[in-house]
Design a protein around this ligand. Structure first.
Ligand SMILES: [Mn+2]
Length: 214
């Protein structure tokens, strides 16, 4: 059994499925997806529906997933489309009202962070950034979902995050997972591959820290 982490799928169904084949993902493995399944790409809703049906996949909340949850209550309003990324909205239109309600219910269950163990090491998984211990709930939410980790930030345990495309920290092409002390950023910008040269989908196997790219 192996433990894998991906992030920021942003509707990229094709590369997600390709990655599962590349890592030979099996029933005995577990995949953590650290947020931002929807928006920017065409198949976010299809991805969400797939992921929530898999017993061995755990999704953490990203800022785009939270925005989807908040927007769903406006779906039936006359200006409802204004709340959504157009491609995400198109995906929602294929669902019945009950399926949308079930999706919203699923989104309310997503954890903001998780600590997982693999290969004898504990890892703190979060979409954007760990929060300081003295942060209020509101401030912590801002850190977990929206903040950008600075290259000067230090953490006292290994942190795996997405949210900030690694192009923010490095000019290397193709983009690769960025490691800085205890911080590992795995968002290699699959959603931006048409705009950012070298964008790709990354997957990290925590047991041995092996990196995979498609
Ligand atoms: Mn994000």
């Amino acid at each position: 059994m192996s433990v894998y982490v991906m992030s920021d799928l942003h509707g990229d169904w094709a590369h997600f499925k390709l990655m599962l084949l590349k890592i030979r993902f099996s029933k005995s493995d577990h995949l953590y997806i650290i947020g931002d399944v929807v928006d920017r790409g065409p198949h976010g809703i299809k991805l969400l529906q797939f992921i929530r049906q898999q017993e061995n996949m755990t999704l953490l909340m990203g800022n785009h997933d939270l925005m989807l949850l908040q927007s769903l209550q406006h779906f039936d309003e006359p200006d409802g489309t204004d709340w959504f990324d157009p491609q995400t909205y198109a995906g929602l239109c294929h669902l019945s009202a009950q399926e949308r309600a079930e999706l919203a219910q699923y989104l309310t269950t997503l954890p903001l962070f998780l600590t997982v163990s693999a290969g004898g090491q504990d890892y703190f998984l979060v979409h954007a950034c760990p929060a300081p211990i003295n942060a209020s709930n509101e401030e912590a939410l801002e850190y977990f979902l929206w903040a950008r980790v600075s290259p000067d930030d230090t953490f006292d345990m290994p942190v795996i995050a997405g949210h900030t495309p690694t192009a923010y920290y490095q000019e290397k092409v193709p983009l690769r997972i960025w490691r800085n002390g205890n911080y590992t950023d795995i968002d290699c910008g699959t959603a931006f591959r048409s705009a950012v040269p070298g964008g790709c989908l990354a997957c990290l196997r925590l047991d041995d820290n092996k990196e995979f790219y498609v």
